[in-house]
Design a protein around this ligand. Sequence first.
Ligand SMILES: [Zn+2]
Ligand SMILES: [Zn+2]
Length: 389
Amino acid sequence: MVQLRKASHTQMKHWRRHLHQHPETEFDVIDTAAFVVQKLTEFGVQVHQGIGKIGIVGQLTKGSSTKAIGLRADMDALAIQELNQFSHKSLNDGQMHACGHDGHTSMLLGAAQELATHGDFDGTVYFIFQPDEEHGAGAQAMIDDGLFERFPMQAIYGLHNMPGMPAGEMAMNSGGVMASEDNFKIVIKGRGGHASQPHHHIDPLVIGAEILLALQTIVSRNIDPEQQAVVSATEFITDGAVNVIPSTVTITGDCRSFSEAVQDLIEARMAQLVAGICQAHGADHEFEYNRVFWATINTPHETQAAGKAAVALLGQEKVDLACRPKTISEDFASMLRVKEGCYAFLGNGVDSVGGCMLHNPHYDFNDDILETGAAYWVTLAQQELNLSA
Ligand SMILES: [Zn+2]
Ligand SMILES: [Zn+2]
């Protein structure tokens, strides 16, 4: 089992709290990226900057093998006002590391330092630091900028802390592990008028109600029961008044699933239902269906590799090799669409610190798991690049 040096944990905690105090969002992770570049350079890791606007790839080669793996962390924070009062709370008003990307960045830096200075392996490790995970654009930006052509690797791995899971335990699953997210907007264009004379109008409110109920049949009547999906209408907006039948109704919502085939089916059925019901009542309509995140689909061989490294590090009892998929979404999915790999979870804790949910203004990354996360990266890299940990 990999044992990181005591100094490493102290350093990672220091880095993590520094990043927590200075959160940056979207692609504007200027100081965070500079911090990562400075550390990688100090460790003697070759640095490639500006990939996907501001993404960074650290390249570390040892031995003569052409084998290579990618380890990925996200650097961005959220536009949330932090409500914690501890000394390392955010100094940037309205911005906060509420998803633990400060911890992810620090753990990957810790692994880079360990592998650069002490770790033995045969091949190349790429340390990938991406911007804008939260809006689902950072991973694709790095891919579009040639991530996998410029830095050829056999597989890529990701890691996310998970509140509600015991601190330092790990979980993963082969196949769909996090859901896709699609957003939809339906606009029903009727003909409004006086509430007392409905026979002169085309009432979009009644049509909208019919559509709202029909949407409930997509999952229950069209999706294979062995597949999972969520269709949630979340807004129903009209321009009516207490004595006015509206002219327009807008319904918006959000869909989750674990395969592109299910996404296609949901979109097609929704389009048919909306068009059919509107036509039946003589109303016009507009329909938009936008794919925001792909489903995160782990490949079997790489999930096995990730599980083996986690078990070697923590023991069988602390690793769930077949965890339940989660309906939250993650833009590492874009990387897994074009490269084999595995996205795993690391328990952030269940108590008052680590148990606070992601994206909550009271959330904080649990510093006690920094060493486990970094050691997992080191173990995985050494295992996959021929030398055992
Ligand atoms: Zn998040
Ligand atoms: Zn996150």
